[in-house]
Design a protein around this ligand. Structure first.
Ligand SMILES: C[S@@+](CC[C@H](N)C(=O)[O-])C[C@H]1O[C@@H](n2cnc3c(N)ncnc32)[C@H](O)[C@@H]1O
Length: 224
């Protein structure tokens, strides 16, 4: 978020935070800017409104934003694109609403993110199915933005080490959307330890989280 705030330092408000979810990154942006949070899930927006009562929120889909061409100074999109195989439509809608030289921050899970890769493996092994997420790398995401009509200013991978006690890891898995299916398997702690052995260090699951971050500006095009 420090990179986002530095990149947005001189922008006019508002910043559109698309796919704002329950408003965690929105809250950081809102400390320094007027932000409009956009999400298509009303449950997410209700949660966001509860914690950020003075921020505006709008229910809309990223591929049909209710804003005129070139009317938005800046936008952010955190952890949304990896749900989509075809990101071109979402990115071109963001480009449509942004000012010429409007700023866009995109962050998402990297293809090297060990936590997601571990979760994918686990789901295939235990539940026999794919999680259906599309991971990016910073170069590929930068190229997609360039093809859509943005100039990439920065494109990088952000890493940090994450250690979670095995029982906490399993508890969190049970709270995920696949949680009920995992619970039905009634796996013991030893079985979980065995499944996660590659990632275990003592009693902890250890992974390196890796995210991609791209900071870009809409190219100035006469007449658009
Ligand atoms: C993984 S959450 C990320 C939430 C938040 N940006 C964050 O980083 O904590 C993805 C969010 O994007 C929203 N979303 C996904 N596709 C969307 C779309 N086409 N239009 C609007 N919101 C979308 C989901 O409802 C969800 O709240």
């Amino acid at each position: 978020m420090a990179d986002s705030l530095a990149f947005f330092q001189d922008v006019q408000d508002p910043i559109l935070d698309v796919g704002c979810g329950d408003g965690i990154p929105t809250a950081t942006l809102a400390e320094q800017h007027r932000v409009i949070g956009v999400d298509f899930a009303s449950t997410m927006l209700q949660r966001a409104k509860r914690s950020l009562s003075s921020t505006d929120f709008l229910r809309a889909s990223i591929d049909h934003l209710p804003f005129q061409n070139g009317s938005v100074p800046a936008a952010s999109c955190y952890f949304v694109l990896s749900d989509y195989t075809d990101r071109a439509r979402l990115l071109s809608e963001l480009k449509r609403v942004l000012h010429a030289q409007g700023k866009l921050v995109v962050a998402d899970y990297s293809s090297n993110d060990e936590f997601n890769n571990l979760s994918d493996n686990l789901q295939r092994k235990v539940l026999g199915k794919d999680r259906g997420m599309f991971r990016l790398n910073s170069i590929a995401l930068g190229n997609e933005l360039e093809r859509t009509g943005f100039r990439v200013k920065t494109s990088k991978e952000i890493c940090y080490s994450l250690r979670t006690r095995l029982e906490t890891f399993v508890d969190q898995l049970y709270l995920s959307s696949a949680g009920p299916e995992y619970k039905k398997k009634h796996l013991s702690e030893d079985q979980w330890g065995e499944l996660l052995s590659e990632w275990m260090e003592g009693t902890e699951v250890h992974v390196t989280r890796r995210f991609v971050l791209v900071l870009a500006e809409k190219l100035y095009q006469e007449g658009r």
